[in-house]
Design a protein around this ligand. Structure first.
Ligand SMILES: *[C@@H]1O[C@H](CO)[C@@H](O)[C@H](O)[C@H]1NC(C)=O
Ligand SMILES: *[C@@H]1O[C@H](CO)[C@@H](O)[C@H](O)[C@H]1NC(C)=O
Ligand SMILES: *[C@@H]1O[C@H](CO)[C@@H](O)[C@H](O)[C@H]1NC(C)=O
Ligand SMILES: *[C@@H]1O[C@H](CO)[C@@H](O)[C@H](O)[C@H]1NC(C)=O
Ligand SMILES: CC(=O)N[C@H]1CO[C@H](CO)[C@@H](O)[C@@H]1O
Length: 399
């Protein structure tokens, strides 16, 4: 009796000590648990806190630090953690005189469509040869035709190492927006058909959905463009009224400094209009701008006109492609949708299954988070032999 009790006691003591030992071992030798808040929105790479011992990658914004897409992200080092980037060991500088050019891991040169001073246009010059490990980044949100009158691209021979643009095959994509499935699983074509069918019966209109009284709106500031979109719109207007907002039309909406159009303006359009002309001003591969994504973020059906492959940007049956119709045919189709609420609402089947990013904040966050990550992860040498064929006067990217 006594012996067995003592035996049990030692057994219990042993178990107790073993548990303590295992706990201590686990606590101090295994890495700390991964914290969810370090997860970046851009991708799913997770870095445990305290594991940021990489050297800081230094990024110089050569010019245009006042541009909205650059300002929206911010400068310095803390900003990468604040924006919840996967990699936070980067720092953005904006004063090109602060350090010698050799100091930086990347120099970002912004190309834009504004009239610029000589100083803005000056490219980095390397007196004692280039640091072979440094990246020169070609950064633009504009399409080649918009850059045409400002830059001569033929001089950039083996100059840039990376591109950061709206083009999907950029080294660092700088997209105007993203439409992201809410669940990680992708929908099959059959599932999509099912959801569309279901939406005919059960779509719950948000806002004053059924009270829309007007048909087509178009917000436009540049009346004459490379894409000649205005000719299409004018022809369409013969068959169906197009209400034109902004400098080229009779309707007006307030504008906002940071966003190209006031959010209130989109709210108004959403409650009054069924369709919106998301016509791009250039017909270039992958060029799809906030004109599209902002509207997708509201309950209006965008009518697109551009050279991008929209199927790569948005779910099927969520927009109407003007390029597939003659203006009169399009007007007939819109009249059909206008007369049949069920058919119209089917264009919103995807709303519960996807979320839309369309802000300048999202664009710049993805862009700079990805730039930081690539600086840490990609050590391959690369340079563009020339820029002219993609970004020059007769870019092969554009119609
Ligand atoms: C651009 O520069 C190249 C060579 O530097 C020159 O031959 C060409 O004429 C220039 N193009 C324009 C439009 O100025
Ligand atoms: C603006 O309104 C005037 C008068 O109603 C009309 O003549 C003109 O065609 C309109 N312009 C546009 C661009 O709709
Ligand atoms: C609207 O279209 C649907 C689908 O084609 C059809 O079943 C329905 O009868 C139409 N409704 C009206 C009022 O025409
Ligand atoms: C960047 O391009 C330059 C010029 O072609 C080249 O000398 C340099 O090695 C490249 N750097 C990297 C990191 O690819
Ligand atoms: C538009 C803009 O911000 N340009 C800047 C380009 O870089 C130079 C030198 O840092 C600045 O003086 C310009 O203001």
């Amino acid at each position: 009796m006594d012996i067995s009790r003592r035996l049990r006691f030692s057994l219990e003591l042993f178990t107790f000590l073993a548990v303590i030992f295992i706990w201590i071992y686990w606590r101090f030798t295994l890495p700390p648990p991964i914290e969810d808040d370090r997860k970046c929105n851009t991708n799913n790479i997770i870095i445990p806190k305290g594991n940021n011992n990489y050297p800081v990658k230094k990024i110089l914004l050569w010019n245009a630090s006042q541009r909205k897409e650059v300002r929206a992200f911010g400068v310095g080092q803390d900003v990468f953690a604040r924006k919840r980037c996967a990699f936070t060991q980067c720092e953005i500088f904006t004063d090109r005189w602060e350090h010698p050019l050799d100091y930086y891991d990347a120099i970002v040169v912004v190309f834009n469509d504004e009239f610029l001073s000589k100083e803005d246009m000056a490219m980095p010059e390397f007196e004692s040869g280039r640091n072979p490990n440094q990246r020169l980044v070609f950064f633009t949100q504009e399409s080649p035709p918009a850059l045409r009158s400002h830059y001569n691209m033929t001089r950039f021979v083996h100059f840039f190492n990376w591109t950061m643009t709206y083009a999907l095959d950029s080294d660092i994509p700088l997209l105007y927006g993203r439409i992201i499935p809410k669940k990680s699983s992708r929908l099959s074509p059959e599932q999509i058909l099912q959801l569309r069918k279901k939406s005919r019966k059960s779509f719950r209109p948000r806002s004053a959905f059924r009270q829309k009284t007007k048909k087509i709106a178009w917000m436009v500031s540049h009346c004459w463009t490379h894409s000649m979109r205005e000719l299409y719109a004018k022809e369409l207007n013969k068959y169906m009224d197009v209400d034109i907002y902004g400098g080229c039309g009779n309707f007006s909406c307030p504008t906002h400094v940071l966003h190209s159009s006031d959010p209130q303006c989109y709210d108004m359009l959403q409650s009054d209009y069924k369709f919106y002309l998301s016509f791009e001003n250039s017909l270039c591969k992958d060029y799809v701008t906030e004109k599209f994504f902002k509207v997708m973020d509201h309950d209006i059906v965008p009518i697109v006109y551009g050279a991008a492959d929209y199927a790569r940007h948005a779910p099927p049956h969520s927009y109407i492609h003007a390029g597939k119709f003659k203006p009169k045919e399009l007007a007939d189709y819109l009249k059909l949708l206008d007369a049949n609420q069920t058919l119209y609402e089917e264009y919103f089947w995807w709303k519960d299954h996807f979320r839309v990013e369309s802000s300048v904040d999202d664009m710049s966050r993805h862009g700079f988070c990805d730039l930081c990550q690539k600086l840490h992860e990609d050590s391959e040498f690369k340079s563009y032999a020339e820029m002219a064929s993609d970004w020059g006067d007769d870019s092969r990217q554009c119609a």
